[in-house]
Design a protein around this ligand. Sequence first.
Ligand code: FES
Ligand code: FES
Length: 158
Amino acid sequence: MKKDINFILNGEELTATVDIRSSLLELLRDDFALIGTKEGCSVGECGACTVIIDGKLVDTCIYLAVWADGKDITTIEGLLNEDGSLTDVQENYVEVGAVQCGFCTPGLVMASTQLLKDNPNPSKAEIRRGLSGNMCRCTGYKKIIDAVEKTAKERNTK
Ligand code: FES
Ligand code: FES
């Protein structure tokens, strides 16, 4: 069975006809070619598929596409600055070496972005908690936390 849904995706008002059993992850990757959102575990554990919906982090592998009706969705592709440059969070991930294989990175960047929006001056413990839904097999997390701390510090000294 199919259903029409209307939503905002990376600032653009869109309509899609979706299978009621499809996940939002399938809609983003297969119908809109937004392949920055990754599929890792497929069961809501790893955070590779994280996007921001109405200011909240969502694991799109366990979120039905029909639930996106009326929602405002931001994926990693929608994060760039207006001039197309990387955001400060993204820049700092690169700068401190928080990216290795990169598979977890889009999800972690989404989580870091929302974390800093909700809490502009997080402690290390708050950063760990804020990113606890996102797994990384490569970096050992230290540099990821460094990237978030660096971003917060830079923003707070502007
Ligand atoms: S792929 Fe969605 S949480 Fe792992
Ligand atoms: S950089 Fe490889 S999983 Fe995180």
